[in-house]
Design a protein around this ligand. Sequence first.
Ligand code: DTB
Length: 319
Amino acid sequence: MGLKLTLKKEKVTFEEAKAIFDRPFLELIYEAHGVHRQHHDPGKIQISSLLSIQWGGCCEDCAYCAQSIHNKKKMPKQTITDLEVIFAAAEKAKAMGSSRFCMGTSGRVPSDELFGMACDAVIGVKKLGLETCLTMGMLHEDQVIRLKECGLDYYNHNVDTSPDYYEKIITTRTFEERIRTIELVRKHGIKVCTGGILGMGETNDDRIKMMVSLVNFDEHPESISINRLVKIPGTPLENAADMDSFDFVRTIALARILMPKSTIRVSAGREAMSDELQALCFFAGAGSFFIGKKLLTTQNAEIEKDLALLNRLNLRPVG
Ligand code: DTB
């Protein structure tokens, strides 16, 4: 079933994806793991690190995010302007076993000044022997072309949730605008990192629809970021209900079966997951995570605990 669905241009329907998601749990993860083994080394894990180079003061109203000016609790805008600070963080990430250094900024679109600095950061981080990823909101085509010239490897731009649930989470931009930026990134040969957040009150059908959106791009995203909501005080989702962990694993398994070659990252939310749940995510097809004390604004799982987990599971970092 997995192979048939990967044929280019063949659109996957919601019903097809739902039939996979709804399979008996153990059958689902067994199949997902089989697909995983065909295309990935199950003994390896890709490790990335993340640094905010600008945070807070964002005009978008994403209900999950600490950085929105619409929140009860404000976070003033701050920017790292010293490139050396960025390079030092990248060196540290490399020493921890990261093969990719991801940089994020708050805001709907980057200012010219911030964009210029991000370009210099990409060039410098690449010289340190790391892959680079940026997430800085919507881009114009000339900016995408410039980032490609700088050697940017990945651009992260999440679809966040299903097209149907989107307006419950964000009203200041549309799902279609997200798709447009992702398509521009793809058009100019930068690898696509995209995904979303689970546990924002969406249904399993929304989770399935989100995956259907991703699989139906002309090319599957190289990197799929699956986050479990970190409930940040002062945001509209601070009291969201916990999602079922097995549904989280099911969503990873669905992504694995639909997009066999993509790397799936369990991103935010690992701090609140047991080691056993994380191991189940890796079995179902996740092959990447963020290491480091902090994500963008929230705490990540502890570095020592992550390194110990890799050791206990005999997982080796890629690269
Ligand atoms: C993604 O999907 N997850 C990363 C990355 N893309 C940029 C961000 C996680 C942030 C978690 C919440 C925070 O730290 O503010």
